[in-house]
Design a protein around this ligand. Structure first.
Ligand code: LMR
Length: 392
């Protein structure tokens, strides 16, 4: 049965980790997978998470099953940060469940939407490659619109048309903040317009919020989610704590569903629970429990937010330097100063991406997406020179 299966290519993004590790050059630069790095190039465990893990080890008295919804204390503790202190559940219309990372949440959201009648995902191009991959696996058609305008800002005509063309079997994927891979987010005014257009659209918005706090701040980065949710009857939010709590390999995420009517929520969520049971039964507990402990403790919350501020500030400094460098060969780095989060697209061709890897040891995704957090005061000048060299 199995012998005829053909070799599949390794995931191009994850394969970069191994390629970079195998490169013997001491001055190589890893700008591949989206993992935050300090100015020393490290990805340490957050101090607030370390402290919470100590509490967990000391106080946890059982590891017995919790159920397909996971740790609801964790799920609820995040809600004021996502949906706002004033209306964390929109009058009982929002419910959530824990998922294995943001990917688990997206998988669940799309599978639930499919059960509800969705046939297509409408998504900006470019997007995180896993969005389309999950859809292919679920048998959902992917329809693309253009996300980025040539000047490095959002292509509003692209999304206007996508919403105008959207039908009742369409899910609209929106990146809540820190767009992956372009770093190009909608401004508050643009979110207002999108929310207004969605109010008159039958599409179901699915907002991928995987980088909250890494753009402009926890509150600022929730603007789009909150704006859309007050305008539409139903929506889904896929949340990841991988980046903003540094829990990558612990796989910590949540799926939130806003229903038209609070009375519909138990039936809707029962599909999420059934799908979770059929996929992973229950989410891993450890990371979600650590996040809950952080959020239940005022001092740990403060420490976590300070650590997040430092990360954001360091990425802003790197972006400011790129913007200041301006032109590097034929590439204009200046729009990167206005973009947000871990990612931006440099604008190199596929050949130039290979050349910068071979000649200069600079690793980036094939789309020429860079992880800005891989840049440091010690390597950013080399990076700018390398871009200038291969794009001259
Ligand atoms: C990325 O885009 O680099 C991250 O979201 C990591 C991943 O799983 O792809």
């Amino acid at each position: 049965m199995l012998a005829h299966l053909e070799q599949q290519p390794a995931d191009a993004l994850l394969a970069l980790i191994k390629l970079h590790d195998a490169d013997p050059r001491a001055d190589k630069i890893d700008l591949g997978v989206g993992v935050y790095r300090t100015g020393q190039g490290e990805t340490p465990v957050f101090g607030a998470i370390k402290a919470a893990e100590r509490v967990l080890v000391d106080t946890q008295d059982s590891k017995a099953y919790l159920g397909p919804e996971g740790d609801m204390g964790f799920v609820r503790a995040l809600m004021p940060y996502v949906f706002g202190e004033g209306a964390p559940d929109m009058g009982g219309r929002i419910e959530g469940m824990q998922t294995p990372g943001g990917t688990g949440s997206l998988r669940l959201a799309l599978a639930m939407a499919k059960r509800a009648g969705a046939t297509r995902l409408v998504v900006g191009n470019p997007s995180w490659p896993n969005h389309a991959q999950i859809c292919r696996d679920l048998g959902l058609e992917v329809v693309e619109f253009n996300h980025a305008a040539p000047d490095g800002t959002a292509d509003m005509d692209g999304i206007r048309k996508a919403i105008a063309d959207g039908g009742e079997h369409d899910v609209l994927m929106l990146h809540g903040c820190c767009h992956n891979p372009t770093g190009i987010d909608y401004s508050e005014g643009e979110w207002d317009e999108i929310a207004g257009l969605l109010a008159d659209s039958p599409m179901l918005p699915l907002i991928d919020l995987a980088y909250q706090g890494l753009g402009h701040g926890m509150e600022e980065d929730a603007y789009g989610v909150r704006r859309v949710l007050v305008s539409v009857p139903e929506a889904m939010v896929s949340y990841s704590c991988d980046k903003n709590f540094g829990l990558y390999r612990d796989r910590v995420g949540a799926l939130y569903v806003m229903a038209r009517d609070a009375a519909d929520l138990p039936a809707i969520m029962s599909h999420g629970h059934a799908l979770a049971r059929a996929n992973w039964s229950q989410p891993p507990d450890h990371g979600g429990a650590a996040v809950r402990i952080v959020l239940e403790d005022e001092k740990l919350t403060e420490q976590w937010l300070d650590e997040l501020d430092q990360m954001r500030e360091r990425m802003r400094q790197m972006r400011a330097r790129l913007a200041q460098a301006g032109q590097a060969g034929s590439v204009d780095l200046s729009p990167m100063g206005q973009q947000n989060g871990l990612f931006s697209i440099v604008g190199l061709t596929g050949e130039q991406v290979l050349e910068i890897r071979e000649k200069h040891g600079v690793y980036m995704a094939g789309s020429s997406r860079i992880n800005v957090a891989g840049l440091t005061a010690g390597n950013i000048e080399k990076f700018i020179d390398a871009v200038a060299d291969v794009s001259a």
